[in-house]
Design a protein around this ligand. Structure first.
Ligand code: MLT
Length: 322
């Protein structure tokens, strides 16, 4: 309780004192956060969790607008059309601001130049999950099943350039297999189809997968990368299993390039306020997300991350695009 009060008090002080050289900005209307994927997926989940507390600090409603299509591209382009005055923001991620340029020859935006980063919202490890009807109990068995001559498997993803699409490409390349890849408007609907047995495999951000694992409607076989997750402590990593696959997904909040610095500073403070709130922390950590600190969550850190991700994925995915 004391931590909660102190946390709120610190955040209010931060908000009241604008960053040096900036006059405080007060939103003149509700803030719209465009989520470039369907409702119910990880980008939507992270956006909704932080929006609620951001609204508290900004003293104006903050609402989510899901504009899906094209693996995130449709929503991003709409954001760039509509964002004029700091009241329209974008919840982007490692796909829209990392993998998409490598997988889309005509993306229509520059993830680095067209945006004013506000801050990282969450780190979201990736999980390889299979539908209940798939008999594989581990990744080795899944590999054997997928490689069986004549086998027909469907891997779901959220469209070309999305995180789950990049993950599906890395996975199929690591296993030298070519199952059918099925695109959705987001991994919310993709997960529904995994749970209903319409598709066989989904590799997605943990915040989407973790909630269904307890219901036994989907089975997680591996966490992608080197580190296990507290949210799914029994699930081994791809490193432990000897599968060459690395990917650290994340979600970050963006304004449009050219947004005045005092607006970016205020929006960043509101995002930090949300991330410092004990209820937001608890919900995100419960879902397996990691939370950025002041340094890794800063606008500059997000700008650097985007530049690094675009370079990293253009090298890693270029050969895999088709
Ligand atoms: C992705 O695969 O890029 C995301 O999971 C999409 C989403 O948030 O629905």
């Amino acid at each position: 309780m004391i931590a909660r009060i102190l946390g709120a008090a610190c955040a209010v002080i931060l908000f009241a004192i604008p960053a040096p050289g900036f006059a405080a900005w007060k939103p003149a209307q509700p803030i719209r956060i465009i989520v470039p994927f369907a409702a119910g997926g990880p980008t939507d989940t992270v956006a909704r969790i932080v929006a609620h507390e951001m609204a508290d600090m900004l003293e104006t409603p903050v609402y989510i607008d899901n504009i899906s299509g094209g693996g995130g591209k449709t929503g991003v382009l709409r954001f760039l059309e509509d964002a004029r005055d700091g009241h329209t923001l974008l919840m982007g991620h490692m796909g829209t601001h990392g993998a998409a340029p490598a997988l889309n020859a005509d993306l229509g935006y520059d993830p680095y130049k067209d945006f004013a980063p506000i801050g990282m919202a969450a780190g979201t490890p990736m999980v390889i999950a299979v539908a209940r009807h798939i008999p594989a109990r581990d990744l080795k068995q899944l590999g054997e099943l997928l490689r069986k001559p004549g086998s027909k498997f469907r891997i779901a993803h959220a469209g070309r350039g999305s995180v789950s699409h990049a993950a599906a490409l890395l996975f199929t390349s690591a296993l030298s297999i070519s199952p059918e890849l099925v695109g959705y408007s987001g991994t919310g609907p993709a997960l529904n189809d995994l749970v209903n047995g319409q598709v066989d495999v989904l590799i997605d951000q943990i915040v989407n997968i973790a909630p269904v694992v307890g219901t036994r409607k989907a089975r997680p076989l591996a966490i992608v990368g080197d580190w296990r997750s507290n949210a799914l402590p029994d699930v081994p990593t791809t490193r432990e299993l000897g599968v060459e696959m690395k990917m650290d997904a994340w979600n970050g909040l963006f304004a449009k390039n050219g947004t005045p610095e005092n607006q970016v500073a205020t929006l960043h403070t509101a995002l930090r306020y949300a991330l410092d709130s004990p209820s937001v922390r608890a919900r995100l950590i419960d879902l397996g997300a990691s939370l950025p600190d002041e340094a890794t969550g800063s606008p500059d850190a997000l700008a650097h991350l985007v530049r690094d991700e675009v370079a990293r994925w253009s090298a890693a995915l270029f050969e895999l695009r088709n």
